[in-house]
Each structure stands twice: as C-alpha cells, then as structure tokens.
Design a protein around this ligand. Structure first.
Ligand SMILES: *C1O[C@H](CO)[C@@H](O)[C@H](O)[C@H]1NC(C)=O
Ligand SMILES: *[C@@H]1O[C@H](CO)[C@@H](O)[C@H](O)[C@H]1NC(C)=O
Ligand SMILES: *[C@@H]1O[C@H](CO)[C@@H](O)[C@H](O)[C@H]1NC(C)=O
Ligand SMILES: *[C@@H]1O[C@H](CO)[C@@H](O)[C@H](O)[C@H]1NC(C)=O
Ligand SMILES: *[C@@H]1O[C@H](CO)[C@@H](O)[C@H](O)[C@H]1NC(C)=O
Ligand SMILES: *[C@@H]1O[C@H](CO)[C@@H](O)[C@H](O)[C@H]1NC(C)=O
Ligand SMILES: *[C@@H]1O[C@H](CO)[C@@H](O)[C@H](O)[C@H]1NC(C)=O
Ligand SMILES: *[C@@H]1O[C@H](CO)[C@@H](O)[C@H](O)[C@H]1NC(C)=O
Ligand SMILES: *[C@@H]1O[C@H](CO)[C@@H](O)[C@H](O)[C@H]1NC(C)=O
Ligand SMILES: *[C@@H]1O[C@H](CO)[C@@H](O)[C@H](O)[C@H]1NC(C)=O
Length: 754
C-alpha cells in the first residue's frame, strides 16, 4: 500500500499532469482515478480554504505547483499517521489543516500561494480503494490600492483639451476605472469609465467645472481617489442685459420719462466679468448695474455693456437701444370739417408730439371705426348741435385727456351784397354765411354761365367794373353739411335812375337855392351822386356851395346867387357797375328890376377948407322898381397948383393926372338916406360927384356928374331951408317905401319858379 502510494507519488512526480493521468489510466483502467477541478480565489493577506472532497479520506496528499513550472511539490499529507506539514507550506502563508477534514486553510495569504493545489485523496483503503485527485486552482488577488487623480491642467481654458489619470499602486487586473463628477450641489455622476487609467477630455467647457474623483475597481474591491477641483476658465459670454422696469418694443427697450431705470449686465465668465457701460459709445459707468434715476427723453440712445475677463484678457459686448417715452405737450385738439362735398362731417382729433404717438379715439360714436383720429360721419341723423369728444391717452400719462368739438349751423341766413373798389376798377359781389361748425361752402352762379367755385364762410365774386350784367341775377349758393338743402341769396344789379323835383329852378339873385337830386330806388351797389356846377366842375362843399348827401339823395345849395356867375345848367350824376346816368337842372337867376333914376340936387363944399362935400339927391319917378341903397361916387377931375400953396412943380402934378381917373364909391345901404357928406377930400383938387341907385344887385343909371359948389356965407338960411325941404322930401319917400314893403310882404317871395 505504501508502495502503491509511493508509486503513485513517483508516477506523479516526474511528468506533467496529463502524462501522469494517462499513465494512471493505463495502469488500471478498471480502477479509474476520479479527477475533479475547482478554482478558488483568494485575496492576498486574507484567508482561504481549499477543499479536498466532501468527507475525510483515509489518506491524502496536498501538493503545489507554482505557475510557470511543472514541478509538483508536496505541501502536507496524512497517510493515516497524522498530518505532516512540509516546509514548502511556510512560503504559502499560515497553512493549517482543518480538523476532521482534508481541507486546508491558509491565512494571511501571500501572493506566492498563487498556483495549482492538488489533493490526492484515498478512500476505502481496506477494501477496494478509491482514488480522487482534486485540482484546486488558487488565484491570489491583490485589492486595488487607493488611487489618486492627476489632471494635466486643473484650470483649463474652455475649448482646450486635457487629460485625467487615475494613478494606482497595487491591484490585480483587470481594473475598471470610473471617473466621477460631482457638481457644486453635490450631485455625483459617472463622467467616464473604462479599463485604462487615463482619459482625454477634449473641448473642455464650463459644465466640466466641478469635483472629480476616480474609482478603481477589480474583482476584490473598489477604491476611490480624493476629489480634485476642476476650474474651467471661460468667458465672458455675450452679456445679457436686464432692463427694469421691463418693457420691450420692436425698436428695443423703452422706458417712461421720469422713471428710474436700471440696466443690469451679466456675462458668464470665470473669473467673474468686469463691466463697463457706454452710452452712445461714451463710457458712463463701471459696474454691472447702471441705474438712471428720473430718466429723460434725452437719455434715449444706445447703451452698451462691455464685459471683460481680466484673466484671459477677453471681452464681449452687448448693445441695446433704449427709447424714453414721453407724453405730448398740452392736450389733444378737436375739430370738425366738412367732407364728401359738404354732405358729411369729418371729425379730426390731433395731439402732436409725444413718443410714441398718443392714442386718440372719439367717444360715443357707434357704427364707425373710431380707432381712427379722423372719423367720417354722414350728416343724416345728426342734430344740428352736437358735441363730440375725443379721448387722448398716452402710456406715460396716468389719465387720458379729452377735447371736444361742437357742430352747428350758422345762426343767420347767407347774405349777399355788392360794392365797388375805390378806384372803380372792380365790382365785388360778396356772399357770406359766417359762424357754424364746420364752415359752410359758398359758391356763385351768374348769368351767361358765370360761376365761381366754392369757398368757406364767404365768397367774393370779382367782376371788372362795368362788365356786370344789368337786371340778371347773381346767385350765391350756400351748403352746410348739417343741412340737406342748399340756401341761396341773390343780387340783381340795375343801372341807377336819378330824379329831381324841378328841372328848372328860377330865383332872384342874392338868395340861396337848393337843387335836389335823388335815386329812384336803392341800387346795388350803392352809387354816389355827384353834382357838377354850371361850369361842369364837380361841386365841393365851399362857401358857395353846400352839399347835403346821403346814399339816396344829394341836395346842392347854391348860396348868394348871382345872375351871371350862377345861372346855367347844373348836372347831377351817378353810376354803378352796370351803368351811369345824369340829369340837368337849369338854374335861372333873376335880376331885380332897375331902380328909378336919381338926381343930385345939391353938391357943395361945406366949408372953405374944401375937404368935405355935402350931397343931397332925389329919387325920380318912384313908382318904378324898388331900391335898396345908393352908390355915391366921386372922381378927380383936375388940380389947381396955386391953391395948394406949395412949392412943388406944377409939371409934376400934371403928369400925375395922366392916369385914368377912378370913381371912388361910398355905399349907402339905407334906402331912406338922401343926404350924405363925403369927407377927406383934397382941397386943391376939383372933383365930380354922381349917384346911382341900387336894387339888391341891380345898379341903376348913374345921375349926371356934378362939381361941388363953393360955400356962400350969406346963403345960410337958404341952405337950412333946402335942408329942411330935403328932409321933408326924404320923409315922403320913406313913407312910400314903407307902403310898398307892407303891401308886398306876403306875396313877394325871394324866389319864384317857372
Ligand atoms: C413937393 O412935392 C413933393 C412930392 O410930391 C413933396 O415931397 C414935397 O414935400 C412938396 N413940396 C412942397 C413945398 O409942398
Ligand atoms: C502594494 O503592495 C506592496 C507589496 O505587497 C506593499 O508593500 C505596499 O504597501 C502596497 N501599496 C499599497 C498602497 O497598498
Ligand atoms: C442629480 O442628478 C440626478 C440624476 O442625474 C437628477 O435627477 C437630479 O435632479 C440632480 N440633482 C441636482 C441637485 O442637480
Ligand atoms: C489622449 O491623447 C494623447 C495625445 O493627445 C494620445 O496619445 C492618447 O492616445 C489619447 N488617449 C486616449 C485614451 O484617447
Ligand atoms: C452646460 O449645461 C447646460 C445645462 O445642462 C447646457 O444648457 C449648456 O449648453 C451646457 N454648456 C455647454 C458649453 O455645453
Ligand atoms: C444717442 O444716440 C441716439 C441714436 O443714435 C440719438 O438719438 C441721441 O440723440 C444720442 N444722444 C446723444 C446725447 O448724443
Ligand atoms: C358737390 O356738390 C355740388 C352741389 O351741392 C355739385 O354741384 C358738385 O358737382 C358736387 N361735386 C362733386 C365733386 O361731387
Ligand atoms: C333834399 O331833397 C330831398 C328831395 O329830393 C328832400 O326830400 C330832402 O328833405 C332834402 N334834404 C334836405 C336836408 O334839405
Ligand atoms: C345837360 O347839359 C349839358 C351842357 O350843360 C349838355 O351837354 C347835356 O346834353 C345835357 N344833358 C341832358 C340830359 O339834357
Ligand atoms: C333915366 O336916365 C337915363 C339916362 O340918364 C335916361 O335914358 C332915362 O330915360 C331916364 N328914365 C326916366 C324914366 O326918366
């Protein structure tokens, strides 16, 4: 039995396992050896149990074959006399046989224990022995040690490439590597994994920023490295600008005037951005938030935020346009105008200025698109007096402002009148229909298709003077949108006709006479009446003429008429745009009848001084025309030098007398006077006297001229007698005149007409 065992051992030793098995099978094919193979995995330093059959065999031998060698070496055996641990076992860890079995336990497993353990077990030796070979492949594994992470760059710039390596000292392969990524918030995720300990990270971005660790795992364990912070350098991105209060339009941002506006600029960047603000390309502020308190319309413009990464020396910029809205000044203005050829109304509402333009709408209008500022209203169904209100609102105003407009028909009727320009060049036909809202339209129609287009409120048809048609109507039409019917007024022009009370006026000279001239009717246009005197000269108000005039008549008074000056044809004339006319008035100035002849009865110096002459006269044949006074005249006839008592040369005196003699007149206006004394005469001169009677303006025949007589001293009583006789005669004449006057007082008019 020992031989068998030894033989077996012998057989076992020299060859490889396969040979040995083949050989054993060859020995005894009937008594087949049973082979069983298992694999056992152990971890270095730990314990492992290697089984050798389920029951305790009668004998067993544990052997060990180092990998890479063929030699099989005994480790421990028990041939029935107890276990015999070989020296080899010391290199294989703390090897003990588990009692009551053939299993061995190896504690503190060394790497050297890695190899093939073979347990040859013999059962039932006393009877028919059974042989089992248990092959136990022991794999000794090394746990992974704590790895440590290495990065090529812990602050990579965005877009660059880097690597991460998971360094490991010990560990049996295969080893799996997992790179973990931990966000700031502590969320951990697998970033990469594989069986190599290095990974390349291309195109690094900011999302890669965070904690990294690597985990190395093998069949034994798994170990995690310490975490390492990866800080991606990037930016700045294009800044984002937040405007508060937020209001955006298609033109950009908007703000209301006087608001406080804050512009916040943010640009992602590592390290953090530095900000500079620009307004219309001028730097205005450094910092992320630009605040404008009480923004004004002049602050409209472009705002740019420049973000800088000072580490990378990179920058980015964003520009926004900010419009400051402001309301229009004042309030909206409402108006109404005619539309559709004065058959409808157009309401207009306007409120200029403001940004954006204010919104305007008419209130209380139905069936109209009242979003429009100009609204068209058909005039049907409208009251003649209506109020329309337009509301104006603007986003910068809390309250809307309204305006209103009223429509009404002109209060009066259309009025037509005509007048002539001062220089009589034009005739103006004026038509007016004032007041009213909207304004009315006026147009003219005249004879022969004459027309003048429409004008509002008033319309003047201008005709060249004299071209107007007499007797034909000129019609002014007036249309107001609030009235369906057209109103009219009409002018019919006629040439004037003049009348006078008397065609021939006769009057005694010296009186005032009135000539009258009046228009038969009131003609359009009003034409002025002009008087021309008997010389054909236009009459003005003078001392001679008094002109009294209205538009309808003109009375000419000729003052203090004189037969030769004032007699004749007087003409009264007028004309208007359609014609002229004149009438003649014949003025006949009658003279008074010739006064009776007068005879000088006494012409005498009243003293020797010869400087006063006393005259006395007598009216002949008093039954003729009356008299109103006398003209007493004297004239120089000659001079007696000697009588003057002067040394002056007489030749000289004679020469003086050569000039034609003049009659010197004394007017005596009292018809009763018969005696008169002419004084301040030159004593040396010889005079002649005469007298003429006067009846108003009519001068009678002069009496025979008489030279004064020298006074006589002894004729005194005769003189007195003559004087008394003269006085008596004069009294008689006066009585006669009085009788004449009294008799004719009532039927002796100053003028008479024929
Ligand atoms: C002579 O006449 C002249 C002019 O007539 C006069 O100036 C002068 O005084 C006279 N002489 C005498 C003596 O009367
Ligand atoms: C790696 O194994 C060697 C030898 O077994 C040991 O000396 C060393 O301490 C191990 N290293 C680590 C990190 O466990
Ligand atoms: C952590 O990650 C999980 C899954 O990846 C996700 O559902 C969760 O929202 C994350 N939590 C945070 C705080 O990011
Ligand atoms: C990483 O990149 C290096 C060079 O860029 C290359 O040699 C290496 O093969 C790459 N490794 C992996 C795992 O891609
Ligand atoms: C980073 O992550 C965010 C959210 O997951 C994503 O929207 C963004 O595009 C990422 N950025 C880059 C550079 O990949
Ligand atoms: C800024 O620019 C805007 C638009 O170009 C312009 O309307 C505004 O007047 C400018 N402001 C100043 C102060 O130049
Ligand atoms: C306007 O109205 C007037 C009469 O009311 C008419 O004569 C004129 O032809 C009209 N004009 C138009 C353009 O309809
Ligand atoms: C002028 O004459 C008219 C008659 O033609 C007459 O009626 C009127 O009273 C006169 N006026 C004056 C102020 O005499
Ligand atoms: C009026 O008198 C003027 C002359 O004095 C004469 O030429 C003219 O024909 C007269 N007119 C009339 C209407 O009698
Ligand atoms: C009046 O005198 C004139 C001239 O002296 C004379 O012709 C005339 O007959 C006289 N008349 C009378 C009525 O005597």
């Amino acid at each position: 039995m020992v031989a068998q065992l030894l033989g077996l051992v012998f057989l076992f030793l020299p060859t490889n396992l396969v040979n040995f098995i083949t050989y054993a099978v060859e020995i005894n094919p009937k008594w087949e050896v049973v082979y069983q193979e298992t694999s056992v995995y152990g971890v270095v330093g730990k314990a492992v149990i290697l089984e050798c059959g389920p029951t305790l065999p009668d004998m067993y031998i544990w052997s060990f074959t180092m990998p890479g060698t063929e030699a099989i070496r005994a480790v421990v055996y028990d041939l029935g006399k107890g276990e015999r641990i070989q020296q080899l076992a010391q290199t294989l860890g703390q090897l003990t046989v588990i009692s009551n079995s053939a299993a061995v336990s190896i504690e503190n497993l060394p790497l050297a224990a890695h190899g093939l353990f073979t347990c040859q077990a013999f059962y039932d030796i006393e009877q028919e022995p059974k042989v089992f070979y248990y092959y136990v492949h022991l794999t000794v594994r090394v746990p992974v040690s704590k790895p440590y992470l290495l990065m090529s760059d812990v602050s990579p710039v965005e877009g660059s490439t880097m690597w991460m390596r998971c360094n490991l000292e010990n560990g049996t392969g295969p080893i799996q590597y997992v790179w973990q990524y931990e966000t700031r918030s502590g969320n951990i995720s697998a970033f990469a994994q594989g069986n190599t300990n290095i990974i390349n990270v291309t195109n690094i971005n900011r999302n890669h920023t965070g904690w990294y660790r690597c985990v190395a795992s093998n069949a034994v364990n798994s170990e995690s490295s310490n975490r390492l912070w990866l800080d991606t350098i990037f930016g700045p991105d294009i800044p984002q600008i937040d405007v508060t209060p937020y209001s955006i339009t298609e033109r950009g941002y908007s703000a209301l005037e006087r608001e406080t506006v804050s512009l916040l600029c943010q640009a992602q960047s590592n390290p953090a951005s530095q900000y500079v603000w620009f307004y219309n390309n001028s730097q205005v502020y450094t910092g992320s938030q630009l605040t404008i308190t009480k923004i004004l319309r002049m602050h409209t413009g472009d705002y740019a935020c420049l973000a800088q990464n000072t580490y990378l020396n990179t920058r980015s910029k964003k520009t926004i346009s900010l419009t400051v809205y402001y309301p229009p000044d004042g309030s909206p203005s409402c108006s109404v105008e005619a539309a559709l050829n004065y058959t409808a109304l157009r309401l207009l509402c306007s409120w200029p200025g403001g940004l954006p333009s204010p919104s305007l709408h008419w209130t209380g209008l139905v069936n109209t698109a009242n979003t429009n500022t100009a609204v068209l209203l058909p005039s049907e169904g409208l009251n003649s007096n209506s109020l329309f209100t337009c509301m104006g609102s603007h986003l910068a105003l809390k309250q809307s402002i309204e305006c209103s407009t009223r429509t009404y028909i002109p209060p009066a009727e259309p009025e037509c009148f005509a007048y002539v320009t001062n220089n009589k060049q034009y005739l103006m036909l004026s038509c007016s229909w004032d007041g009213g809202a909207p304004k009315a339209l006026l147009w003219w129609e005249g004879p022969d298709g004459l027309a003048k287009g429409g004008e509002e409120n008033s319309n003047i048809l201008i005709l060249r003077y004299g071209t107007a048609r007499s007797g034909k109507p000129y019609t002014c039409h007036a249309k107001h949108p609030l009235l369906v019917q057209t109103k009219t007024c009409r002018l019919t022009l006629e040439a004037p006709v003049l009348l006078t009370q008397r065609r021939v006026v006769s009057v005694y000279e010296g009186s005032d006479v009135q000539l009258t001239c009046n228009l038969r009717a009131n003609y359009l246009p009003v034409s002025e009446i002009t008087w021309f005197n008997n010389q054909g000269v236009g009459v003005l108000d003078t001392s001679k003429y008094a002109l009294l005039q209205t538009s309808a008549w003109a009375n000419l008074t000729v003052r203090d008429t004189d037969e030769t000056q004032d007699s004749g044809e007087y003409r009264c004339s007028t004309s208007n745009a359609v014609g002229g006319t004149e009438i003649n008035v014949t003025l006949v100035i009658k003279r008074y009848p010739m006064p009776p002849n007068v005879t000088l009865v006494k012409v005498m110096y009243n003293s020797r001084q010869r400087n006063e002459v006393e005259l006395e006269w007598r009216v002949e044949n008093e039954g003729g025309g009356g008299w109103t006074g006398f003209i007493l005249q004297h004239i120089w006839v000659s001079e007696q030098p000697g009588r003057r008592g002067s040394n002056n040369d007489s030749k000289q005196e004679t020469e003086e007398r050569i000039s034609p003699p003049d009659w010197y007149s004394n007017i005596i206006q009292d018809p009763e006077v018969r005696i008169y004394t002419v004084g301040r005469l030159t004593p040396t001169v010889t005079y002649q006297f005469r007298i003429m009677p006067v009846n108003h303006r009519t001068v009678g025949h002069p009496s025979a001229a008489k030279t004064p007589a020298e006074p006589r001293y002894n004729v005194y009583p005769a003189v007195i007698g003559a004087a008394i006789g003269g006085m008596l005669f004069a009294a008689f004449l006066t009585a006669l005149l009085l009788v004449f006057i009294i008799r004719n007082r009532n039927n002796n008019p100053r003028e008479s007409y024929t």
